[in-house]
Ligand binder design. Structure first.
Ligand code: SF4
Length: 209
């Protein structure tokens, strides 16, 4: 497995916000979102033997593991890692950009999937692996990063076209007017949660938290 880093922190977004987690941040991503805050994962990194990484996870005190990146699902050993961590009795949150198939992960117990739908401002709007949408379970969720009106309209139309997905998260991009976004959601009766990134409120752009 090629990773960028591991660290202890709390989940900064979504329905699991505030829960202490042990983070495994993988190295490399297949996308290049314009507002990416993890560009340091694009290069460098270290190779770690899967057993060593699983041992480190096993020794962590947290009940939850956050498997993030970069794009964790491009790692050749991603599925094996998730299976082994779930087998430890840990719960594992998989954060994916949405371009990689999730079919092998939704059958694994103790997992929650946090999947992005890339909005126009990302520059990766067409990257979604659409078949994933039918596989999401009740506890999984979809996230849209909203920078501007075009992003909001895109998200609104997408949500309208896929009414079966229950857990929806609209995350304002840094600098986006949150009040405008909240008022848009209320006006349009959109059943989506608006939520910023908690860890940025605490630590700013600091890495490894
Ligand atoms: S998918 Fe995530 S890590 Fe990859 S470029 Fe986009 S924001 Fe960055």
């Amino acid at each position: 497995m090629r990773i960028t880093e591991t660290f202890h922190s709390i989940q900064g977004e979504g329905p699991l916000m505030g829960i202490p987690m042990f983070f495994v941040r993988t190295n490399r991503c297949n996308l290049r979102c314009s507002w990416c805050d993890s560009t340091y994962t694009f290069t460098g990194g270290i190779e770690i033997e899967l057993g060593t990484l699983v041992s480190e996870v096993s020794g962590s005190w947290e009940d939850w593991i956050c498997f993030t990146g970069g794009e964790p699902l491009i790692q050749a050993e991603a599925e094996e890692f998730v299976r082994r961590v779930a087998g430890l009795g840990k719960r594992i949150l998989i954060e994916t950009g949405g371009s990689m198939p999730i079919d092998r992960y939704v059958t694994i117990g103790n997992t929650v999937i946090d999947m992005d739908v890339k909005t126009p401002s990302s520059g990766e709007q067409d990257s979604i692996h659409l078949q994933n949408l039918e596989l999401l379970r009740d506890g999984d969720y979809l996230k849209f990063v909203i920078k501007d009106q075009a992003d909001y309209e895109f998200a609104r139309e997408f949500i309208t076209r896929h009414p079966g997905i229950r857990n929806l998260l609209l995350q304002p991009c840094f600098g986006t007017n949150v009040r405008w976004l909240v008022e848009s959601v209320i006006r349009d009766r959109l059943k989506a949660r608006v939520q910023g990134q908690f860890h940025k409120e605490i630590w700013g752009e600091m890495r490894g938290v």
